[in-house]
Design a protein around this ligand. Structure first.
Ligand SMILES: [Zn+2]
Ligand SMILES: [Zn+2]
Length: 729
C-alpha cells in the first residue's frame, strides 16, 4: 500500500476480541497504515486487546466524533485477514447466532503467530550418553526420540520438569537448534507418483480439475462405495491446484486418521502436507499458521478448526468422510464444518469436494436439487468385491450366558484364525462395562456432576464419566451398603469383548482400538503399522476404526450390537446406524480376499438392518427421506435447540420457563418444551431444553434473535442456541 498516494483513513472500525463489546471505533495515529483485515492492538480501558480492522459499512457501530476516539496502539506483523475469511466470519456468526468475536478468535488461533516471525530456540537429543543417568533422564531420552521443540513442550512430552531438561542440556544430552518460525515446508510435487486411475475415477477427477482451473465455486458430492478410490480422485484435483501454485485444505473428521492420511499423501506427492489439529505443540501451531498466511504451506490437512485458517490463496477444499458427525462442533460456536466448508468455498470462489461412501441425507438432497454436482464411483478399486453381509438373529442364535459373541460369529472368527486372516469386532462403547452395580444392594455408580453412569475401564482400573472426565478408582466396598468386593459389571464395552475373544481364541493377538488407546497421531500410526505388518489377529474397536483404514488381510467384520445406535430417539439415529455399519463393513475384503460381515441384531426386520443386509442403499435413503419429510426434519424442515443451563437447578428451570413464556406464535414455527434435557445434569450444570422446528422457508435465525434478544437472565444462566443440532441430549 502506498501511503503517499492514498492517505490512511483517520478512523477505523474494529472487531475486537472481547465478547460483549465486539465493535469499536478507533483513531488511526499519523504514520500508521491499516486496511480491512489488519490485525491491530487497541486500548480498552487500562488494557490492551487484539482487534481486526473491518469495513465500516459491514459492522454496526456508534459514530462518535473523531476527537473522542482513542488511537490504535500498533499493527501486528501478520498479513491482513483476507476478505473471503472476513466474509466467512460474518456468515458463521450470523448463521449460528454466535458472537462475532468468538468466531474471529477461531481465525486468530495462534497467539504466538500474531507476534510475527523470527528465530526461536528448540532442543533435540544429541544421542550422546554422557553424564550421570537418573530415572528422569532415562525417561526423557525414551520419550523424546525424534522430537524437536522448546524446553517447555519437551518437558510436557517427557513428563519431567524444565529443570531436568536444562540439566540435560548442560550434560550434553540435549542440544539447542535455532529455527525460523517462517521457514517454509517442503513442497508437495504434483507429478511425484501419478497413479493409474480407472475410467470412473478419471472421469470424476476431470470434473473437479476443470473447476479448479476455472477458479469457480463448484460443490461436488463425491459418492463412492468404501474402497472405490475416492482419495485418488481428489488427489488429482489437489495436483491441479498445486500446479497452479495455489493452496489446498483437506478436512478429516478425526485426528487419529491424520497419520494414515499423511503417509498416503506423501507417497503420492513426495512430501507430507501440513497437519493442523488440537494436539499440535504451540511452536508447530505458530509455524503452520504463519505459513498458511504467507502461502508457504501448500496443503493443509486438519480437523474442523483448520477451516478458519487465513489461507493466502486457496484453490480447493476437500471434506473427507463428509457425513461424519465429528464435523459438528458441540460447544463454543456450534457449527458444522461440512456446511461451513461449502460457504468458505463460495466466498473463495473455489471448488469444494464432499467425499463419502454414505453421504448425509442433506448432501444427497442438495445433489438431487442440482445444487451440488454428484460424482459416483460405483465399483471397488482394483476389482475387489463388496463384502457379503449376513444377519445373526440374537433371539435364536444366543451367545452363551455372560457372553456377547453369538455362535455363528464365534465360528467365523475361528475360521479366520485358522486361515491366518484378520478380523474386526465393532462395538461403539469404550471401556469394559457401561454400568457397574453393587451385588448387595443394587447401588448404581453414577457421576456426581452428570446424569450418567460411570463406565468401568478395567485396563486403567478406574470408573470414568465419559461426559465430564470425572474418575475414581473402583472402591473396595459399596458406598451405599458397605459390602466388600461387591462390584458387578453390566453390559459390554470393547475391553470386555476383548476378554471374551481371549477365551474363544487363547492364542489370538487381540488389540483394543478406541480413543483411549489411539489418543495421539503417533499411537494411531503404530496401530496401523502393527495391523498392516500382520502383528494383530483381532481388532476390537469403536467408531474410530470404522473409516479411513485400509487393511488388505482383514476379511471378517463382526458387529456386536447393530441395534445400539437406534436407541435414544435421535433424529438421525437410523441414518447414523446405516452409515456406521456400512462404513465398518467397508473395512472387510479390501484386498484380493473376499470379505464377510456378520451383524448381530434383535431386530432383523428394522428397515435399516434389512437395507444393510440386502446392500440396498437406495431403498434405505428413500425410506429415510420419507420419514424425514413426515417429521418436517432436515432437509425438509429446520431444527434449532435452545439449551438453558445453570449450576442452580431452580434458576435453570425459571430461565427456561421465561423463554417458553415469551415464545412467538408463528404459523410456520413449532416450539416444543421447555423440558429437562435427557442429560439433565452435565458437568455440574442443570439443563433444560426447548426445540424449535421450522419450515424450510422460514427465517429461523431472525425468529430466534428477536425472541431471545429481548430477555435478560441472571449471571449464572447460560443460554446456548444450536442451529441444525445433531445431539438431542
Ligand atoms: Zn451396596
Ligand atoms: Zn460426569
Amino acid at each position: 500500500m502506498n501511503a503517499a498516494k492514498t492517505p490512511p483513513p483517520s478512523r477505523c472500525r474494529c472487531l475486537v476480541l472481547n465478547p460483549g463489546l465486539e465493535v469499536l471505533d478507533y483513531r488511526v495515529p499519523p504514520g500508521m497504515v491499516v486496511g480491512p483485515g489488519s490485525v491491530v492492538v487497541a486500548p480498552l480501558g487500562p488494557r490492551q486487546i487484539i482487534g481486526v480492522v473491518w469495513e465500516d459499512g459491514r459492522l454496526p457501530g456508534a459514530d462518535f466524533p473523531l476527537a473522542k476516539l482513542r488511537p490504535l496502539l500498533s499493527v501486528l506483523p501478520v498479513a491482513p485477514l483476507p476478505a473471503p475469511l472476513r466474509r466467512l466470519i460474518e456468515w458463521t456468526a450470523d448463521y449460528y447466532l454466535a458472537p462475532l468475536s468468538q468466531v474471529a478468535r477461531m481465525a486468530l488461533s495462534s497467539s504466538a503467530a500474531l507476534q510475527g516471525g523470527g528465530m526461536t530456540t528448540e532442543y533435540r537429543l544429541t544421542g550422546a550418553e554422557a553424564g550421570r543417568m537418573t530415572p528422569q533422564r532415562t525417561r526423557a531420552i525414551e520419550r523424546l526420540a525424534g522430537q524437536q521443540a522448546t524446553i517447555r513442550e519437551l518437558a510436557e512430552l517427557a513428563g519431567v520438569s524444565d529443570a531436568v531438561l536444562r540439566g540435560m542440556v548442560t550434560a550434553g544430552l540435549l542440544e539447542a537448534v535455532r529455527v525460523d518460525s517462517d521457514r517454509a515446508y517442503p513442497m508437495p510435487n504434483p507429478d511425484h507418483a501419478v497413479p493409474d486411475l480407472n475410467d470412473g475415477q478419471a472421469e470424476a477427477a476431470e470434473h473437479i480439475i476443470a473447476a479448479v482451473r476455472a477458479r469457480r465455486f463448484a460443490p461436488f458430492l463425491l459418492d463412492g462405495v468404501t474402497g472405490s478410490g475416492k482419495t485418488e480422485v481428489y488427489a488429482e484435483a489437489i495436483a491441479a491446484a498445486l500446479a497452479m501454485d495455489r493452496q489446498v485444505l483437506i478436512l478429516l473428521p478425526e485426528i487419529a486418521l491424520t497419520q494414515n492420511f499423511l503417509t498416503r499423501f506423501e507417497a503420492r506427492f513426495g512430501a507430507a502436507p501440513v497437519a493442523w489439529h488440537s494436539a499440535l505443540k504451540a511452536s508447530e501451531r505458530r509455524r503452520a499458521w504463519r505459513q498458511v498466511s504467507l502461502g508457504g504451506a501448500k496443503v493443509v490437512v486438519g480437523a474442523r478448526s483448520a477451516l478458519f485458517l487465513p489461507f493466502a490463496d486457496l484453490g480447493l477444499i476437500v471434506v473427507d468422510e463428509a457425513h461424519e458427525i465429528a464435523f459438528k462442533q458441540d460447544d463454543g460456536v456450534r457449527y458444522n464444518a461440512r456446511d461451513v466448508a461449502v460457504m468458505r468455498a463460495r466466498f473463495e470462489a473455489v471448488p469444494v469436494v464432499l467425499a463419502s461412501a454414505t453421504p448425509a441425507l442433506e448432501s444427497l438432497a442438495m445433489a438431487e436439487a442440482g445444487r451440488y454436482e454428484r460424482l459416483v464411483l460405483p465399483d471397488r478399486f482394483g476389482g475387489a468385491q463388496m463384502p457379503d453381509i449376513r444377519i445373526v438373529d440374537l433371539r435364536t442364535d444366543q451367545p452363551e450366558r455372560g457372553r456377547w459373541i453369538a455362535p455363528p460369529l464365534v465360528k467365523a472368527l475361528k475360521e479366520r484364525a485358522e486361515r491366518g486372516e484378520q478380523s474386526l469386532l465393532f462395538l461403539n462403547r469404550r471401556g469394559y462395562a457401561p454400568l457397574t452395580l453393587c451385588r448387595g444392594c443394587g447401588y448404581r455408580f453414577c457421576c456426581p456432576n452428570c446424569s450418567a453412569w460411570l463406565v468401568e475401564h478395567r485396563l486403567s482400573q478406574r470408573l470414568a464419566c465419559h461426559h465430564c472426565g470425572h474418575e475414581v478408582p473402583p472402591p473396595p466396598t459399596c458406598p451405599e451398603c458397605g459390602e466388600p468386593d461387591c462390584l458387578v459389571a453390566c453390559g459390554p464395552g470393547v475391553e470386555r469383548i476383548a476378554d471374551e475373544m481371549a477365551q474363544i481364541l487363547p492364542d489370538a493377538r487381540v488389540i483394543v482400538a478406541t480413543s483411549d488407546t489411539l489418543n495421539s497421531p503417533d499411537k494411531a500410526a503404530e496401530f496401523v503399522e502393527l495391523v498392516t505388518g500382520g502383528g494383530v489377529d483381532v481388532i476390537v474397536g469403536t467408531q474410530l476404526v470404522t473409516k479411513g483404514f485400509h487393511f488388505p488381510d482383514l476379511t471378517l467384520v463382526g458387529v456386536i450390537d447393530a441395534d445400539m445406535g437406534l436407541e435414544g430417539g435421535d433424529l438421525r439415529a437410523a441414518e447414523r446406524t446405516y452409515q456406521q455399519i456400512a462404513q465398518v463393513s467397508g473395512r472387510a475384503g479390501r484386498g484380493d480376499k473376499p470379505g464377510e460381515v456378520l451383524l448381530q441384531t434383535r431386530h432383523p426386520e428394522a428397515a435399516v438392518i434389512a437395507a444393510l443386509a440386502s446392500g440396498d442403499r437406495d431403498a434405505f435413503y428413500a425410506a429415510e427421506t420419507e420419514a424425514r419429510r413426515d417429521a418436517g426434519a432436515p432437509p425438509f424442515g429446520r431444527w434449532a435447540a435452545i439449551i438453558v443451563s445453570s449450576e442452580d437447578e431452580a434458576e435453570a428451570r425459571d430461565a427456561a420457563r421465561a423463554i417458553g413464556g415469551t415464545r412467538p406464535s408463528l404459523a410456520d414455527v413449532a416450539i416444543l418444551g421447555p423440558a429437562p434435557a435427557p442429560l439433565s445434569l452435565l458437568r455440574g450444570r442443570y439443563r433444560y431444553r426447548l426445540l424449535v422446528n421450522a419450515r424450510r422457508s422460514s427465517d429461523l435465525q431472525s425468529v430466534l434473535r428477536d425472541w431471545l434478544g429481548l430477555l435478560k437472565f441472571p449471571q449464572g444462566v447460560r443460554v446456548a442456541v444450536d442451529i441444525d443440532p445433531y445431539s438431542f441430549v
